[in-house]
Write a protein that binds this ligand. Sequence first.
Ligand SMILES: [Fe+2]
Ligand SMILES: [Fe+2]
Length: 277
Amino acid sequence: MTARPGLVVSLSGRSECERLGSDVSPHVSSSRIAADAGKASRLLSSDAGSAVPAANLQDMSYPDRRTSLLIHAALTRSGCDAATIGRVHQYLADAGAVPMLTRLRRHCGYIFAHSLKTTKLVVHVARDMSVDGSEHAVLFVGALLHDIGKLAVPTSLLNATRRLRKTEIDAIRSHSEIGYDSLSDTRIIGWNAVLDVIRHHHERLDGSGYPFGLTAPDISWRTRCVTVCDVFSALIESRPYRPAMNRDEASAMLSQMVAAGKIDGDIVNALRRWRPE
Ligand SMILES: [Fe+2]
Ligand SMILES: [Fe+2]
């Protein structure tokens, strides 16, 4: 993994947030643990919940179990089928990615929530466009992990409300490469598709994206799908440095990007048919 100046790149170790002294040991009440334990047992005994690998969930620490349950709830509410949910959980467990997502949840709550929202939109688009079911799990895992590299970006930058310097913008933009580097040693069938999404979700079809300036022929459909859903979910979410757009404003922004040849128009059309649950 390539170190970048000024960034903490040990995604598997202490997060930048811990280094900065925030959210080091969040207080977890016994009632909250009991509530989650109850939720876990209900999920495990329900039809959809049977897709959660029971052994994985029971072996997890409290924070990771909570992360898994939040992912599970997002996928279930999106209408994702139980078999696919099970495969997503298994991918995350095999890659050791659940603790990373837990650290992302603590490091920057809105980025974790954004990852769930992006994944929900991707589930909708995959269903709307009749994407083959065998593609679903890697696509959804890619969406969940697309911003995992932001673990290495200081919260002082992620939450900054001032105008950023170029070096700071570059540091934020490095998250796609850092995320790729942090998971590139994983050896699981289909994992290259997940890495492709993580590394290239900020590329644009006209070559104006980053980190490589790839153009349409070199950008996979699954990455285009996560890109469109990533942009849309970010626009309709508020950030410390700007308010959320409404859906019509965000949709108009996507139209401009399609007209400029930056993102995939068919995927945008599918996304427009999404209705919040
Ligand atoms: Fe990103
Ligand atoms: Fe994102």
